[in-house]
Structure formats: structure tokens, C-alpha cells
Design a protein around this ligand. Structure first.
Ligand SMILES: NC(=O)c1ccc[n+]([C@@H]2O[C@H](COP(=O)([O-])OP(=O)(O)OC[C@H]3O[C@@H](n4cnc5c(N)ncnc54)[C@H](O)[C@@H]3O)[C@@H](O)[C@H]2O)c1
Length: 259
């Protein structure tokens, strides 16, 4: 048998970097990749929270380090990935997880808000993928997992969020384009598209009883995944269990897109 179910999801000896990893889906992904054996860089805008997240992973007996990283800052991205190259000499997995939402009706959305969301959700994914690939190409390959959203595969509709929908849709196609560009160099690029997951990002939605009920009403399973459920899909796409999957966006959506 070519595959052992006990090892196909293991990342022993590998280095993984997760952006926006101080909380939410990023923190769950960092913890699961570390539990799978990777040495994980918990990267976040909030350096103290990143270090606390790394310490929590180490307390469970796994390997992790905090790293300050603003994905929207080109010089900061370059410096952080250079530090990874110097300290670790390799990068096997990048999870482009950092993301923000500024929900306003389109006619009331200031240009500055649009620019901020584009800078983090789209340019940040590009900058980190570019910096990671320079290390991965020198090391013989790697895997990149981007956090898209069901909002990048549908028009939404329950509340206005044009910059989020636009950037997540772009992430879906960037995933395809980078997968094709690096397909012969052994870098696989995939994305996960979660439905609504209870985190700080979605707190205003879940805390509004009327909106919460409407989210449930448009969700076939009538239940929402936890950050750990999204992390499971991230690990699958980061591991050899998905060796021939590239350019794909995997919905973890309680059936939302199947309707
Ligand atoms: N929660 C959901 O329902 C949901 C659904 C679909 C997709 N997503 C996507 O999953 C990802 C994680 O979402 P979450 O719900 O865990 O969010 P969250 O707000 O709970 O956590 C986001 C983390 O990213 C960090 N961050 C923000 N801007 C950053 C920057 N410029 N550079 C580095 N780090 C930065 C924050 O400090 C925070 O730790 C995002 O890309 C989000 O769009 C979330």
C-alpha cells in the first residue's frame, strides 16, 4: 500500500508559516500543523498575541515561534521571510490566512476602506506567496493554502461587503493562476473557502439575533464549522494526502454552495 493513513497527514521536519495566526482560523491552523509535526511560525500583526499563540502551541509539546508580520507592508513581508530563510533555511508550507472585513453599503464605502481591505486580503496574499515561493523554489517546492471564502464564490446578499467579496473572488483566481505558474516547480497552491465561522471577524454577524437566524436559514446543515474544522481542510491541502490537488478551492460550507 502506497499510503499509510497514520503518516499521510504528517509534516515532520517541515517548516510552516501561518499569517494572521494569533487567533481564529489562523490560530487553529497553526496549532493543527504543529500537532502534525511542523515547526510553525505564528505570524501576526499583533506581535505579543503571536508570541502568546506560539507559547500555547509549545505548551502542548509542539514547535512554534511568534513572528511580527503585517502582510500589507512589502518591506515587512520581505524582512520577515528573509528572517525565515536565515533562521530555518527552508519553508514548506505557507497559509495565507490574514484577512479583514469592513462591511458597509457600497455607496457609503470610503475609498480608504476599500484600499485597506484590498491591501490585506489581496495584495497581502500576493506579497506573501511571492516571498514564500522564492524560498520554496530554492528548496525544491512547497504548498501554499489561501483562505478564500464562500463570499469569493457567491455574491453574498445578506449584508453588503463589496471589498471582501471582490478580494476573496480574486484570491480564488490567484490560487488557480499561481498553481498553474508553479505547477512544474512542485509548488501546489490551493484555497479553502469557509462559510461563516464564529470568530472575532464575524462576531457582529453572530451577535445580531435576526442576522444570525438568516445565516442559519441559508445554511443547509443549519450548523456552522468551528475554526478547527477549517484547519482540518488546511492540513489536508498542506499535506501529501492532497499530492495531486492544485489550483482548487475547497469549500467547507455546511452545504451553502451546493444549493
Ligand atoms: N470567520 C469566518 O466566518 C470566515 C469565513 C470565510 C473566510 N474567512 C477568512 O479566514 C481568515 C481568518 O479569519 P478569522 O475569522 O479567523 O479572522 P480573525 O479576525 O478572527 O483573525 C484574523 C487575524 O489576522 C490578523 N491580521 C489582520 N490584519 C493583518 C495583517 N495586515 N497582517 C497580519 N495579520 C493580520 C489579526 O490580528 C487576527 O489575529 C480570513 O482571511 C477570513 O477572511 C473567515
Amino acid at each position: 500500500m502506497a499510503f499509510d493513513p497514520n503518516t499521510m497527514l504528517r509534516l515532520d521536519g517541515e517548516v510552516a508559516l501561518v499569517t494572521g495566526a494569533a487567533r481564529g482560523i489562523g490560530a487553529a491552523s497553526a496549532a493543527l500543523l504543529a500537532a502534525a509535526g511542523a515547526e510553525v511560525l505564528v505570524a501576526d500583526l499583533d506581535g505579543a498575541a503571536a508570541e502568546a499563540g506560539a507559547a500555547a502551541i509549545r505548551a502542548r509539546g509542539h514547535r512554534a515561534h511568534g513572528l511580527v508580520l503585517d502582510v500589507a507592508d512589502d518591506a515587512g513581508v520581505a524582512a520577515a521571510f528573509e528572517a525565515v530563510r536565515e533562521r530555518h533555511g527552508r519553508l514548506d508550507v505557507l497559509v495565507n490566512n490574514a484577512g479583514i472585513a469592513l462591511r458597509k453599503p457600497t455607496t457609503e464605502l470610503p475609498r480608504a476602506d476599500w484600499d485597506k481591505v484590498v491591501a490585506v486580503n489581496l495584495t497581502g496574499v500576493f506579497l506573501c506567496a511571492q516571498a514564500a515561493a522564492s524560498i520554496m523554489l530554492a528548496g525544491g517546492g512547497g504548498r501554499i493554502v489561501n483562505l478564500a471564502s464562500i463570499m469569493g464564490l457567491s455574491g453574498g446578499g445578506l449584508y453588503p461587503n463589496i471589498s471582501y467579496q471582490s478580494t476573496k473572488g480574486a484570491v480564488v483566481n490567484m490560487t488557480r493562476a499561481l498553481a498553474v505558474e508553479w505547477s512544474k516547480q512542485n509548488i501546489r497552491v490551493n484555497a479553502v473557502a469557509p462559510t461563516w465561522v464564529k470568530t472575532e471577524l464575524t462576531r457582529p454577524l453572530f451577535e445580531n439575533p435576526e442576522l444570525h437566524a438568516r445565516l442559519k436559514a441559508v445554511t443547509p446543515m443549519e450548523r456552522f464549522p468551528a475554526p478547527d474544522d477549517i484547519a482540518a481542510a488546511v492540513l489536508f491541502l498542506a499535506s501529501r494526502a492532497s499530492a495531486f490537488v492544485t489550483g482548487h478551492t475547497l469549500a467547507v460550507d455546511s452545504g451553502f454552495l451546493a444549493q
